[in-house]
Each structure stands twice: as C-alpha cells, then as structure tokens.
Design a protein around this ligand. Structure first.
Ligand SMILES: Cc1cc2nc3c(=O)[nH]c(=O)nc-3n(C[C@H](O)[C@H](O)[C@H](O)COP(=O)(O)OP(=O)(O)OC[C@H]3O[C@@H](n4cnc5c(N)ncnc54)[C@H](O)[C@@H]3O)c2cc1C
Length: 329
C-alpha cells in the first residue's frame, strides 16, 4: 500500500478545491466512512496521493423532513441512522429497511449514505489484487468465469452490478442527489441518472466529477395512500451481499393501485425499474394473483449468464412477495 497525505476538510468549498488538485496519475480522493475507500486502497484498485476526510465538515449529517419538500439527508448521515430515524421509518420504510439490512452493525455505524452510493462494484474480478494486476478485461473474465452474483439483465456491455442496496430503494422513491462543485455551484441529479453501469476503466460508477462533493440526498414527499416495502434476498440472514433486492412503492386508493414503482437491485448494472410490472399493476385491484402476474412480467426479459440463471426464479418470488407486502404495509 502506498502512503498518502491526509487532510481533514473544514468545509465543502475546501474539499472541492482539494479534490480539484488531483489528476489521473496522482488522484486526490474523498473519504466519508472509509468502508469502501480503504478496501480499494488495500487491494490496490486505487492509490490516492491525498485523502480528503469529509467527516470533519459540519452540517452534512442532518436529517430533515418537510411535508412539502420531502426528506433531505446530509451525505454524511450513517446507514444506521437512516435505518432508525423515526421520520424515515414512518414515511420511507423501504429506505429504512434497505439501510438497516446493508452490511453489519459495525459497517452501518461507519458507512454514510453518500459514500454508499459512490462505492465501487463488489465484483471479485474487479477487486482481487491478482486479477487486477493481471490486466486485460475483467468483464470478459466474468462472462466466462464465476458470474453467480452478476447481472441477469442488460448484461451485454458490462456484467457487474452496482453494489449499493439503499440505491434500490432510492430509485423506487424517485430520489435525487445534490452535487457541489467549484465556485459554489450545485446540481441536482436523479439517483437513476446518477448511477452509471460499472466500468473498471472509469474512476467512478456515477456521474460525479472528480472535483465534486455529494452533499445531500433528497426524496420527494410521499403522496396520500403511499405504501412501500423492501426485501433483500441473500444466501443467509446474517450480513451478506444480496442475490437480489427489491423495493416497491405504491400509491393506493383503497385496494386499487394508482401509481407503482418497482426497483430491482443486484440484477442489472444499475437498479432496474420493472416497467412492465408497474404498468400491469396500475389501475387494478391488487391481490396475490395480480402480484404473481407482475412478478412474471418483471423477469420476462432476463438474459442470465452461465452460472446465474438461478437468480431469475428467486427474483420473481421476491418481487411477488414485496408487492404483496407493500400493499399490506
Ligand atoms: C461486510 C460488508 C457487507 C456489506 N454489505 C453491504 C450491503 O448489503 N449493501 C450495501 O449497499 N453496502 C454494503 N457494504 C458496503 C458499505 O455499505 C459501503 O462500503 C459503505 O456504505 C460506503 O460508504 P462510506 O461512507 O464508508 O464511503 P467511503 O468508503 O468513505 O467512500 C466510498 C467512495 O465514495 C467517495 N465519497 C464518499 N463520500 C463522498 C462524498 N460525500 N462526495 C464525494 N465522494 C465521496 C470516496 O472517494 C470513495 O470513492 C458492505 C460492506 C462490508 C464490509
């Protein structure tokens, strides 16, 4: 591991300016909880010359809810807090559940919602020092190799899946992120556009620029009759990365679905909206049979790889159960 300079940032402006001094050969990288960054440094995927500690910036760890504006989470709010904050549990239960099921209690106490969205893929070919140094194309090695946990949709160009599980819920809720850059400029990007299909040749799997800081995550206020549920399916109940995760947000009028958002994580390069299933639900009375039809429609276009066809029936079952759970929430 190469040594690096450490700077405790005092403000977003200072962090932006320090990050802007980096280059491709001598990167300067932000650190929030450090859970992913330090992993990547240890396995040699990144070698920053300077690490900018964002945790010393005040004012980025707030949680605010307003009935008109919705929810605003500072980028440094920990996953543990997202999972336990009463306003999040009451109004955005799918996000609270997603945050509460990511990693272990130790991970959730350190990991931040901003850093979580910016983590790199968990693909073992990408992360493994041996394979990383072997050079060549990690994507091709996965296609022919151990692809049990990789994408079953949209996997022509990349087979890696985005690692963040809270992102699945954020996509279903129509959340956005605020990015702050040079000159005090900010831009707001929907999470669905923020996340890019993982690419080992890029420094980030998001649209963030090297000299931007993710400052806030925002979710619009839920409409009347909003119901939601989330389920992360792993190989075991204790901490694990998912086989797939599903977030469902429904706007209901009695038993009838007025609007539906179904987001599927860990099955495509970025969280995938199950558009066919959503269309099938809208305007109809929701029962077990309709949920079954929607789940079937959602997995219709799957193109599994050599070792991950097993994900398709699991995903179908998880969608069906999560739709039913949301309707009863
Ligand atoms: C055993 C284990 C199990 C896990 N299971 C899950 C899981 O089920 N689901 C899941 O989603 N995650 C899981 N994780 C991953 C963990 O949640 C992430 O590593 C963590 O959320 C990253 O957040 P962080 O604050 O530590 O980010 P950091 O490691 O500090 O940063 C991550 C990246 O984002 C950049 N960055 C961080 N914050 C900002 C910012 N505000 N602005 C600009 N750039 C920034 C950094 O430069 C770095 O590139 C698991 C981890 C472990 C160790």
């Amino acid at each position: 591991m190469q040594s690096f300079e450490w700077v405790d940032a005092e403000s977003v402006e200072q962090a932006v300016s320090l990050l802007g001094e980096g280059s491709e050969r001598a990167p300067v990288m932000a650190k929030a909880g450090g859970m992913d960054l330090l992993d990547l440094i240890k396995v040699g995927v990144v070698a920053p010359r300077r690490v900018v500690n964002l945790k010393t910036i005040k004012g980025l760890d707030g949680v605010r809810f307003d009935a008109r504006q919705g929810l605003e989470l500072g980028a440094l709010v920990t996953l543990n807090r997202v999972s336990q904050e009463p306003e999040v549990r009451r109004r955005f239960v799918a996000l609270a559940e997603a945050a509460g099921h990511a990693g272990t209690p130790q991970v959730r106490n350190a990991a931040t919602i901003g850093g979580n969205l910016l983590q790199r893929p968990r693909c073992w070919y990408f992360r493994d020092d041996y394979f990383h140094q072997a050079g060549g194309d990690a994507v091709e090695r996965v296609r022919e190799g151990e692809n049990q946990y990789h994408a079953i949709f949209d996997n022509q160009r990349t087979v890696m899946v985005h690692a963040s599980t809270p992102a699945t819920a954020l996509v279903a809720y129509g959340a956005s992120v605020e990015l702050s850059g040079p000159g005090g400029k900010t831009r707001v990007v929907p999470v669905s556009d923020f996340l890019l299909p993982p690419d080992t040749k890029r420094p980030s799997d998001t649209v963030i620029a090297p000299n931007e800081v993710l400052t806030r995550v925002r979710i619009p206020a839920p409409g009347a009759g909003t119901k939601a549920a989330y389920h992360k399916q792993g190989e075991r109940e204790s901490y694990d990365w998912p086989i797939c995760d599903v977030a469902v947000v429904l706007q209901m009028d009695g038993r009838v679905v007025r609007q539906a958002a179904i987001a599927l994580g860990w099955v495509a390069p970025t969280p995938r909206r199950a558009a066919e299933a959503e269309k099938l639900l809208v305007g109809k009375k929701l029962d077990e049979e309709l949920a079954r039809q929607a789940a079937k429609a959602a997995v219709g276009g799957a193109t599994p790889l050599s070792k991950n066809a097993y994900k398709v029936p699991i995903l179908e079952a998880v969608i069906r159960r999560t739709v039913v759970a949301a309707s009863k929430a």
